[in-house]
Design a protein around this ligand. Sequence first.
Ligand SMILES: *Cc1c(COP(=O)(O)O)cnc(C)c1O
Length: 356
Amino acid sequence: MKKHNYSAGPCILPQEVFEKAAQAVLNFNDSGLSILEISHRSKDFVAVMEEARALALELLGLTGKGYQALFLQGGASLEFLRVPYNLLKENGQAAYLDTGTWANAAIKEAKPFGETLVVASSKPENYNHIPKNYTVPATADYFHCTSNNTIFGTQIKEFPALDIPVVCDMSSDIFSRQLDFTKFDLIYAGAQKNMGPAGTTLIVVKESILGTTGRNIPNILNYQQHIEKESMYNTPPVFAVYTSLLTLQWLKNLGGIPAIEKINEAKATLLYTEIDRNPLFRGTAAKEDRSNMNATFLLNDEAHAPVFDGLWKAAGISGLPGHRSVGGYRASMYNALPLESVQVLVDVMKDLETKV
Ligand SMILES: *Cc1c(COP(=O)(O)O)cnc(C)c1O
């Protein structure tokens, strides 16, 4: 039986995407070849890459606005490094908002390139909220933030309006909600949280911010090189890009980001309402900053854990335990998780009340 998959990543994808991807492994586009054995330079795959890049921009509302989309390798973690390599000037300064483990990792990777200024941090409170009312120096080369903090269950609802380039790690909420994406100059996201299988990273970058550091950038780390080569500088992760394209097509057919945002809001409201109502549980993130993607919560009495764990496992739920740095539970409600799966979890939480 198919599980209700709450995994934080790699994550659930639409069932039709699994089926189409499986079919392409056996016989891609009726070519008599598997997607796993075709040349990345073949006509059929070049078309996949072109459509994936164009569709990513289309869904974000960035077509024809000076942006390029790339599907590269190395995960979001490589972008922690590639961003300062490409944007932080010699003796320059980069401003970072520290909202969690991933934001912190991004800061560490930028340190060798110049000064990293942490404009605000919620680390002392174990990242349970998003800092507000910070100032970003107008002289910084860029501002970096993490839109959704996968581990701590917080999400930035309001982004600062700045005159310097804004870089955002959107790994765990890309394509999940409507934003004015033109406010961002560089967005990156590891595919495996909300877009596809592990193995590729989407980078959306405004071309005009590139080429200003004076630094000699190795080709493999140079965004301009990847743009020039149309995301085919070296062999791209063919299967990961194809499966990401299938997910983007699914999203477009559903009605794009506005349609999925409604569903995501319904799922989050359903679960958070129960977390707040049920006296056995409490949420860990500040209410105004709660993530619609990753809901983190605890049992008020740890002694109830064996019964609760038994109940949700028996209900066919998978991937619910929280990250070790928060404990408790984390329900990751990515785009492809159906509302019905959230109802199953809520029913289990209610059921626990009758069992303890
Ligand atoms: C998972 C995650 C990362 C790390 O992604 P990799 O692709 O494994 O490098 C970075 N940022 C955020 C917000 C994440 O959720």
